[in-house]
Design a binder for this molecule. Structure first.
Ligand SMILES: Cc1cc2nc3c(=O)[nH]c(=O)nc-3n(C[C@H](O)[C@H](O)[C@H](O)COP(=O)(O)O)c2cc1C
Length: 373
């Protein structure tokens, strides 16, 4: 299968499917000397793990990661880092009813159309479990970025029609509710909305917002590898993502230039040379201009559709070409968003860390500085 490799310098190659023996990733291009242990990765995987609340699939998985290579005496060696997570709760019989039937909204029909054959157990490679490998690799990217003062933080912006209010935004709150919403009141409203929705055997979608701080200006390549283009690709590669925005995003289409432009002013630089630097007065652009980071916060949003697998009867067809009705049993997330928060965060971290490494070769004066010239 093509398309399981991502990145230019920090390159990841993921493998594994929902009901195979496990899932994993090889991370190549991570600089040597980064302190790294399994716990650094496990804390990210635990945020993605199923079975943590009634709003996520009941599948019980430990999702325990093992580092197989690339780390010696607690530090990365610069060689490929192989990570593995074994599957332990594969109840294949839960999926026997979808063996010959296409689930509306899922990838069954397109897998068959493309390959003529598919691993129907839990969606195979199109399962949410595929994201384990990205999260594990992205945890390393986040650690690398952290060592450079760059932080990436995602959270739930909305659940169905319930959106957080900026006036009540409290990042600590996201760790206290099961939806990762940084607004206590909205989280409570969203929980009752979900309970009603689940009682009707339905599913819903929502929006994950992600903020990157501490990234200096100049990361990203100006033409085909724009930072915003790379982030859009990263987000659209996550299952169920149907929309993506940077900064004001689609609202910018309705704004006037005089409101949408972010003016500049000179400000004190934080310990860097020169001591004063240009900063933006506002951030409608969301931290990216001309495909390159502009030094302000990068703000992006990914819109997730409702979980395709629902227990209501739905019209579909069989592989043999007969009309039929499907009611999906199995165990599914009634909403993907809470588990996808860390997926968005780690895909953003992977993309930014990779583009930051790519950017290291863009200036001769900095290369000369490295060689002491
Ligand atoms: C973290 C995560 C968990 C998911 N869980 C489920 C699930 O339990 N049931 C389901 O039908 N789809 C689930 N999905 C969505 C499907 O993987 C996705 O909708 C499907 O592959 C079709 O791809 P598309 O929606 O991008 O077109 C999940 C996606 C993610 C990212």
């Amino acid at each position: 299968m093509a398309g399981s490799i991502y990145g230019t310098i920090l390159k990841i190659s993921t493998w594994g499917e929902s009901h195979g023996k496990g899932v994993g990733v090889v991370v190549d291009g991570c600089p040597a000397g980064l302190p790294l242990c399994e716990e650094d990765i496990q804390i990210y995987l635990n945020r993605r793990k199923p079975g943590q609340s009634k709003f996520t699939t009941a599948r019980r998985e430990g999702d325990v990661v093992e580092i197989l290579s690339g780390v010696f005496e607690g530090k990365t060696t610069g060689t490929p880092i192989a990570l593995e997570v074994r599957n332990t709760d594969q109840r294949s019989h839960d999926y026997s009813n979808i063996m010959d039937v296409y689930r509306p909204g899922h990838a069954d029909y397109t897998f068959d159309a493309k390959y003529g054959f598919r691993d129907y157990r839990g969606g195979g490679r199109s399962s949410g479990r595929e994201t384990i490998a990205r999260v594990a690799a992205g945890a390393i990217a986040a650690k690398l970025l952290g060592s450079l003062g760059v932080q990436v933080q995602a959270y739930t912006r909305s659940v169905g029609p319930v959106e957080i209010e900026d006036g009540r935004f409290d990042i600590e709150e996201m760790w206290k509710n099961r939806l990762y919403m940084p607004d206590k009141k909205s989280a409570a409203e969203a929980e009752s909305y979900l309970e009603q929705m689940m009682a009707g055997k339905d599913s819903c979608g929502g929006v994950v917002e992600c903020v990157v701080t501490g990234l200096p200006a100049g990361v990203g390549e100006p033409v085909f590898d724009k930072l915003d283009a790379a982030l859009a690709k990263a987000m659209f590669s996550i299952g169920a993502v149907k929309g993506f925005e940077i900064g004001d995003g689609f609202a910018a289409a309705k704004a006037l230039g005089s409101r949408n432009n972010d003016g500049f002013q000179m400000a004190q630089a934080d310990g860097r040379q020169p001591s004063r630097k240009a900063v933006k007065c506002t951030n409608h652009a969301g931290g990216i201009l001309g495909g390159m980071s502009d030094g302000s916060r990068i703000i992006m949003r990914a819109a997730f559709k409702p979980t395709p697998s629902i227990a209501q009867p739905q019209q579909t067809v069989t592989r043999q070409g007969e009309d039929t009705v499907i009611e999906i049993k199995g165990r599914h997330d009634p909403i993907i968003v809470p588990r996808a928060v860390v997926v968005v965060e780690t895909m953003a971290a992977l993309t930014i860390a990779d583009m930051l490494l790519v950017s290291m070769t863009s200036r001769l004066d900095r290369i000369q500085e490295f060689f002491g010239r």
